[in-house]
Design a protein around this ligand. Structure first.
Ligand code: CP
Ligand code: NVA
Length: 309
């Protein structure tokens, strides 16, 4: 069976736990000036990841490229607009052709249906590097970042503020898998996908929906937000106005537990969804979170190649 990673549930809780442990082990031996150094076991030597980007990226592209390099493999960056995909070649044909060249495909696309189509026709693993629906690789890094803080996932209280977007969907999915709770405060009209919420609730997570930012944050262990305007969306004035009560600032953070941490997948829009004081403040662990994209990608790749769990 080809191991695709379109959502967290493709791997499941046991495999993700193994992935997190492996990511921590690999990270632990990287001390000092080891950024460019290969992992000593080079488990992906001779393997190449093809990466298709329909949208911009700093973290996902760089961390996957570095992950492949450090695991002894290689990667190819493909901007979809410069591929025949950008002038009408079908996803199915692209999947069939790329499967003859590369050993796995990562895609960042505006439409989740496209990644499902790609996975259907690819004979190599397909990895979700963000779609309109979900961002599972980000959440692997987030779970790693939370675990590094010594916080147990079961029973964790996570507060989400702002837009009900792709990142939130994957957090909610993770909540169902690891039995933590998410309190979601988003303005009317910007709610997240109810299918993810229903599935997480059925799996035993408590997902609370509120319009009150302070209520969502009260007693939280982790406070999370993301841009109010995701890639491909309009920077509409009325949306920004509706989001303002959900800005994560020092006053709001003060309602969380004293040792609460702040997460943001980045890029941040400083002064919109979060203030400088929070982003750069003592509770923020965003740079660890960004670094953990690298360690997380390695474990995702190794799982997809059948080398983990
Ligand atoms: N968080 C994240 O996916 O960042 P990029 O858009 O820079 O890849
Ligand atoms: N929700 C954001 C995440 C960016 C990493 C977007 O889709 O643009």
């Amino acid at each position: 069976m080809t191991r695709h990673f379109l959502n967290l549930s493709d791997a499941g809780g046991d495999a993700i736990a193994v992935m997190l442990a492996d990511a921590m082990d690999r990270k632990a031996v990287r001390t000092g000036w080891t950024k460019g150094k290969a992992d000593s076991d080079a488990p992906l030597a001779g393997h190449t990841l093809g990466m298709i980007f329909e949208k911009n990226s700093t973290r996902t592209r760089t961390s996957f490229e570095m992950a492949m390099k450090q695991l002894g493999g290689d990667s190819i960056f493909m901007a979809s607009g410069q591929m025949q995909l950008g002038r009408g070649e079908s996803i199915a044909d692209t999947a069939r052709v790329l499967s003859r060249y590369v050993d796995a495909i990562m895609i960042r696309t505006d439409d989740h249906a496209k990644i499902e189509e790609l996975a259907k026709y690819a004979s190599v693993p397909v990895i979700n590097g963000l779609t309109n629906l979900s961002h599972p690789c980000q959440i692997v890094a987030d779970l790693l970042t939370i675990a590094e803080q010594g916080k147990a996932l079961p029973g964790l209280e996570v507060a989400w503020l702002g837009d009900g977007n792709n990142v939130l969907n994957s957090i909610v999915e993770a909540a169902g898998i690891f039995k933590f709770n998410v309190r979601i405060a988003v303005p009317q009209g910007y709610e997240s996908d109810s299918l993810f919420i229903t599935a997480a609730q059925a799996a035993g997570a408590t997902i609370t929906l509120t319009r009150d930012a302070a209520e969502a944050v009260a007693g939280a262990d982790v406070v999370v937000t993301d841009t109010w305007v995701s890639m491909g969306q309009d920077h509409a004035h009325d949306k920004i106005a509706a989001m303002m009560p959900y800005q994560v600032n020092e006053r709001l953070m003060a309602g969380a537990k004293p040792d609460a941490k702040f997460l943001h997948c980045l890029p941040a829009h400083r002064g919109e969804e979060v203030t400088d004081a929070v982003l750069d403040g003592p509770q923020s662990i965003i740079w660890d979170e960004a670094e953990n994209r690298l360690h997380g990608q390695k474990s995702i790749l190794l799982w997809c190649f059948g080398l983990l769990a």
